[in-house]
Ligand binder design. Structure first.
Ligand code: M6R
Length: 604
């Protein structure tokens, strides 16, 4: 869950590392540090975000170094526990992301051999282990060290005795090489070095690389040299900057007219009346599918729940959406079922484990992810890229809407394969999809209405979100957005469930956000609003412009327009995102980095 960067080249490593750590701090920000070879190995690390400790970092001259931004798992947030960690002779420095499960045993052995440990982390054991084995060749020592450690890791190391190289190795934690001219990078995320290069090589589990300014050598898990394909990343560095917005989250909400367009690009054609996916995905969808299991965590799980409604509505396939953290241990596995894993980062540990379990049981697997080259893309039989650009804010926004749209495209494709969808219907859906960016833009222009309601909610102690059908997962997502960035207690409910328990919580201090759409459940949700109001709670309804009835029941209204759009859920989601954002902003919360949370949860 931490961010890693390694640099070797001609630039001032201090500047490169600090800048990269700023771009990485959404992976963790409780402490940070860098180590640079400036004749001798020099190190600076401390508690706090890189922006706060930057000024204290002394000038160092070298052009080879490693950096780390930490999100504590083993050991408290202290200067000693911050990375990099050093060998006893202070000549070797390592940064690590992951967990070393057998660190206690290794630590005891190394202490017996005379090593002195300065931190409580599992990571420090790696520096001492390499030191113990080191005989003048860092990659050889790293290979031998990784044979002894159990767990998951991305490790990057440098040695004062070999100042022109960095060595990296990965197992179940991301590590990617940035290929430059007379300089090279190693990082946990592409955004760390995107300012300098968009040429990348993705490492697979067990692979090790040795990088100098002009050479890149990669070895497979059996230490055989391999040739890696260089890939070009189409992300723009501007995508990983705030572009004048006060927060990444707001920028990413405002990116949505474009990201909605991008996710559709090349996949829908009203002229040819087709939905197109990469060949491996098309093959997966054409196979006989008796059921679909969607596995995911957090916001991606809620996208999966929405996907269940979309796919079941258009096909006769049963869809089971399951939390990856449960599925990995308890899920039912059926050879004829297709398992779709949804993961923005492509690195969430539970989702990867669920995917591996599904594959072991013979299921076909498909991944929806935003990150090309991520671990998930390399495990699954096929993958679909969200094309949303990097998402930096911890709260997922633009990637949630893209995931839902992709699930809808999958629903359409399956419906075509099952011959359930006529060409007129498909044509209409495609036309509606193309109009989506317009409806999203329309919501963004109504932000003042949303700010007015945010003012009503900013001092709330408890907010409920309710909806029926696909609006139920949206309610769960609306509640998650609010609670994670504003720290207000929030819960989402299927509106019909209120009377089975949650009613007991309703008082005149509770606010309820009700999502109202004019479908077969319209009358029911209006009745629910009446029941809530009878208990004295305030109701904020999100309803269409053309709906003139709901305002007679609710206390406050938020409006959206979507015509008769099948994906009304997209503009509604944007309303929910903006509502959460403005409440958190009014409460002066650290929106992009909510407490105790990190963007990518790469440990179980
Ligand atoms: O990268 P993933 O989509 O696998 O991440 C899963 C969750 O950690 C993530 O969706 C999380 O719930 C959101 N960042 C919350 O806004």
């Amino acid at each position: 869950m931490c961010g890693i960067i390694g640099y070797v080249g001609f630039r001032d490593a201090r500047t490169v590392l600090i800048e990269s750590l700023k771009r990485l701090d959404y992976r963790g920000y409780d402490s940070a540090g860098i180590a640079i070879i400036d004749k001798k190995l020099k190190i600076f690390k401390d508690k706090g975000e890189i922006v706060k400790i930057e000024k204290q970092i002394p000038q160092m001259k070298g052009t080879t170094g490693v950096g780390h931004t930490r999100w504590a798992t083993h050991g408290a947030v202290t200067k000693e526990n911050a990375h990099p960690h050093l060998s006893c002779d202070k000549k070797i420095a390592i940064v690590h992301n992951g967990i070393i499960e057998n660190f206690n045993i290794l630590k005891e052995e190394l202490i017996k051999k005379g090593h002195t440990f300065l931190s409580d982390t599992d990571s420090e054991v790696i520096a001492h282990l390499i030191d113990d084995i080191y005989k003048g060749n860092l990659e050889e020592a790293m290979i031998a060290a990784t044979k002894k450690i159990k767990g998951s890791y991305a490790i990057v190391a440098i040695s004062q005795d070999e100042p022109l190289k960095i060595v990296g190795v990965r197992k179940e934690s991301p590590l990617v090489i940035g290929v430059g001219d007379s300089e090279n990078f190693l990082a946990s995320d592409i955004t760390a070095f995107l300012k300098y290069t968009n040429r990348v090589m993705f490492l697979n589990d067990g692979e090790l690389c040795v990088i100098t300014a002009n050479t890149i050598r990669v070895y497979d898990k059996n230490q055989r040299p391999i040739t890696k394909k260089e890939e070009l990343i189409t992300w723009d560095i501007k995508d990983s900057e705030k572009s004048g917005f006060p927060h990444f989250m707001l920028k990413e909400i405002y990116d949505q007219p474009e990201t909605v367009h991008h996710v559709l690009r090349g996949r829908i054609s009203e002229i040819e009346e087709t939905i197109t996916f990469p060949e491996q995905v098309e093959k997966l969808l054409k196979n006989e599918i008796t059921s679909i299991h969607i596995v995911a965590c957090g916001t991606s799980f809620y996208a999966g729940l929405a996907g269940k409604y979309l796919i079941e509505q258009l096909t006769n396939i049963s869809v089971f959406t399951e939390l990856a953290s449960e599925y990995r241990y308890f899920g039912t596995r059926n050879e004829n079922s297709l398992v779709i894993a949804i993961t923005q980062s492509g690195e969430t540990a539970d989702t990867l484990a669920a995917l591996r379990e599904a594959q072991l049981s013979g299921c076909r697997t498909l991944v929806i992810t935003n990150v090309i080259g991520s671990t998930a893309t390399r495990i699954a039989d096929g993958y679909i890229l969200q094309q949303s650009g990097p998402e930096i804010g911890v709260a997922a926004t633009k990637t949630f809407t893209s995931q839902i749209i992709l699930l809808f495209l999958i629903a359409l494709k399956l419906s075509i394969i099952q011959k359930k969808l006529g060409s007129n219907e498909l044509y209409n859906y495609i036309v509606q999809l193309k109009a989506l960016p317009r409806y999203v833009r329309d919501i963004l222009q109504r932000s003042n209405d949303i700010i007015a309601i945010a003012k009503q909610l900013k001092d709330a102690t408890s907010v409920f979100f309710i909806g029926r059908g696909i609006n139920y997962p949206l309610s769960l997502e609306g509640a998650l957005k609010l609670k994670e960035i504003s720290y207000i207690h929030a819960e989402g409910f299927a509106a019909g469930e209120l009377k089975h328990g949650p009613f007991a919580l309703l008082t005149d201090e509770t606010s309820v956000v009700a999502i109202v759409t004019q479908d077969e459940t319209y009358e029911k949700i209006l009745a629910n609003i009446g029941e809530i109001k009878a208990r004295g709670s305030k109701v904020i309804a999100i309803a269409e412009d053309k709906d003139s009835e709901t305002e007679k029941h609710a206390d406050f209204m938020l409006r959206f327009s979507a015509g008769s759009h099948v994906l009304q859920c997209i503009p509604i989601t944007v309303v929910l995102q903006l509502l959460a954002y403005h409440v958190a902003h009014l409460r002066k919360c650290p929106i992009d980095k909510p407490r105790n949370l990190a963007k990518s949860v790469t440990v179980e």
